[in-house]
Design a protein around this ligand. Structure first.
Ligand code: NI
Length: 189
């Protein structure tokens, strides 16, 4: 299970609008496997293909809390391996319905070290295809709805910082750019 390198801001690939998947072949299945492994290893609750340099409309997510144990004598906390029972793999995902609003804290594996409150839809219905090419529909709310909206934004080249009010965005971008570097140009919603 090769882990993939996660691109970080201000990598221009993160700003690409990704292409729909037209055929599910071995390469795509391998990508899905490697994306899930990379997400769990990070650890994160979601990952989109452009974050690993592939500009295709593919995302993975898993919000199931991982079990932790304390490793004595150092008392170091260890994250147990995921059971993958709630792993979501979505090809060509689309939000077909959304309702309500919710504000919650978000971070991103591509903007390490920074978080902010982001306003999202509280409830969404997402349609897409699974790895067998079968259509799937996911109706969800709260955290999973937030994660899917965040990941679907990624395949359109949108980062969570773009979803902030102008003032908050400019302040956070300044801090981010001090640490990670400056973007040439970026999408503003
Ligand atoms: Ni992200």
């Amino acid at each position: 299970m090769p882990l993939l390198r996660i691109l970080t801001y201000p990598d221009p690939t993160l700003r690409k609008k990704c292409e729909p998947v037209e055929e599910i072949d071995d390469d795509l299945l391998e990508l899905l496997d490697n994306m899930a492994d990379t997400m769990y290893e990070a650890p994160g609750v979601g990952l989109a293909a452009p974050q690993v340099g592939i500009t295709k409309r593919v995302i993975v997510a898993d919000i199931k809390p991982r079990e932790r144990i304390l490793d004595s004598p150092e008392d170091e906390e260890i994250l147990l391996p995921p059971d993958r029972s709630e792993l979501i793999e979505l090809i060509n995902p689309e939000i077909v319905f959304s309702e309500g609003e919710a504000i919650g804290e978000e971070g991103c594996l591509s903007i390490p070290g920074f978080v902010s409150d982001v306003k999202r839809k509280y409830e969404v219905v997402v349609e897409g295809y699974d790895r067998d090419g079968e259509p799937i529909q996911i109706e969800c709310e709260d955290l999973l709805a937030r994660v899917l909206q965040h990941e679907i934004d990624h395949i359109d080249g949108i980062l969570f910082i773009d979803r902030l009010s102008r003032l908050k965005r400019e302040l956070l971008k300044k801090k981010i750019e001090k640490v990670l570097g400056k973007e040439e140009k970026y999408a503003v919603l």
